[in-house]
Design a binder for this molecule. Structure first.
Ligand SMILES: Cc1ncc(COP(=O)(O)O)c(C=O)c1O
Length: 441
């Protein structure tokens, strides 16, 4: 709904209400036309109505790029770092923003609380959780920091991560350890990874009687490897440790049943693989672990319970959270299973082809990956495996070759990490393959 279409309500007295009800009055002719043009239509869903994405989309690959705002001419094979939201989802976020700007006072005080819980309920359904166990946060970083800073650590306590843990998570653990005297312990994971058992062994061997918290990736950032989290959670909890899953990459990429995993907390992003607008993450918490959990910013609802505290952490733009459902529905309109099968087979085929051409290893076998795979860079591209050198090469690939791909140091070498999203096709990986063979100069 554009603000213009809402502004068509003529009598002054009704105008504010029409703005407020903006999301509900799509049945007017103009609204219906706008909705159809944007691809969204109101359809009955049980006793209520829901906006569904009904624009016919042709097959996966190049033809789907027009559903996104990606710059033409760039091989965008790094969806993993920051995601990319479809135009249709951004339009739904804008609809919410328009509603808020029409009457911020009424929206933030009286409309938002229920709208936010409805959005959380839709996300909860998608991850098979109870709505009261799910709260939105800005991103996975905020969710992980909220857990770390809510727990009380003592000198000698250990927080277990792995060498595949995301850099920002490692820093958050350092921060907490510096303040409390707790100790970070890093389980070493060898890349290439050969099987699930190797991942379980790596973490379990580093578990000890002092391990208070285990932070385990669901999908690791550098390698794109999927961890057997359910097994690791069971083992860690059986030894008295609590478990936080870093699921930054999992929602959308993997089928999720959060309660069944058995963790204490699960931090997820919707803006990576669930087509949400940027700034849409969430925190799931086991019921018994909610009482001690608080958001990073304490506000009015302190002491009023998990969702109340996280739902309001001060004034902000809530549109990305409120438009989380449209991201889920966009995926469902494409066909969740078909989209997952497409992305997985595309990244496996591309990864295999690049690795063979370069004569370099992949980060792991296909069955340990979803939509991301790492390939070690050829010798001509290698230099000291530092974050700075990786960042320089990544920028060079973008600027000189128009390839948006991640470059990361793993275990003493530099690797590229490719992603596959529904708008990618085999040709998006060709330039990287060729440039890799030629070298950076
Ligand atoms: C494994 C992992 N955890 C956490 C994050 C942080 O995500 P965000 O920047 O959305 O907070 C990332 C980002 O790529 C990640 O890969």
């Amino acid at each position: 709904m554009s603000p213009t279409s809402c502004q068509t309500a003529p009598p002054r007295a009704r105008r504010v209400k029409d703005y407020i009800d903006c999301g509900k009055i799509v049945s007017t002719k103009l609204d219906a036309e706008n909705a159809t043009r944007s691809g969204w239509n109101d359809v009955a869903s049980g006793s209520s109505r829901q906006r569904r994405y009904t624009r016919p989309v042709s097959g996966f690959g190049q033809s789907l790029r027009r559903e996104f705002r990606l710059e033409p001419g760039v091989d965008f094979i790094n969806h993993g770092s920051f995601g990319a939201a479809p135009v249709a989802v951004l339009a739904e976020a804008e609809r919410w923003r328009s509603r808020m700007e029409a009457n911020p006072d009424d929206f933030l005080r009286d409309v938002l609380p229920a709208a936010l819980r409805a959005a959380a309920a839709e996300l909860a359904r998608f991850v098979r959780a109870e709505p009261t166990d799910v709260a939105f946060v800005e991103n996975a970083t905020a969710a992980i920091s909220a857990v770390l800073r809510s727990l009380e650590f003592r000198p000698g306590d250990e927080i277990l991560l792995s060498s595949q843990s995301y850099g920002a998570v490692r820093q958050a653990v350092r921060f907490v350890c510096d303040r409390t005297g707790a100790k970070p312990v890093e389980a070493r994971v060898r890349v290439p990874v050969s099987d699930r058992a190797e991942l379980i062994d790596a973490l379990v061997q580093a578990l000890g009687p002092r391990t208070r918290l285990v932070i385990v990736d669901h999908v690791s950032s550098p390698s794109g490897v999927i961890w057997p989290v359910a097994e690791i959670i069971a083992l860690a909890r059986s030894q008295g440790a609590r478990v936080l899953v870093d699921g930054a990459h999992a929602p959308g990429q993997l089928e999720l049943d959060l309660p069944a995993l058995g963790a204490d907390w699960y931090a997820g992003n919707c803006h990576k693989w669930l087509f949400a607008a940027r700034g849409c993450g969430f925190l799931w918490s086991r019921r018994e672990a909610q009482r001690e959990l608080h958001p990073l910013a304490i506000s009015h609802a302190y002491g009023s319970g998990f969702t109340a505290e996280f739902d309001w952490t001060g004034t902000r733009d809530f549109s990305a959270w409120l438009a989380c459902g449209p991201g889920i529905r966009f995926l469902q309109a494409l066909g969740t299973e078909a989209a997952r099968a497409y992305c997985h087979s595309l990244v496996v085929a591309a990864g295999d082809q690049i690795a063979r051409a370069w004569g370099e290893p992949l980060g792991g076998p296909p069955h340990l990956h979803g939509f991301m795979m790492a390939v070690r860079l050829p010798p001509r591209w290698q230099r000291a495996a530092t974050r700075e050198n990786a960042a320089q090469l990544q920028s060079l690939l973008m600027r000189e070759h128009r390839v948006a791909v991640a470059v990361m140091p793993i275990g003493g070498a530099l690797w590229t990490r490719i992603s596959a999203q529904v708008y990618n096709s085999a040709q998006d990986y060709e330039r990287l393959l060729e440039v890799g063979l030629r070298g950076p100069d």
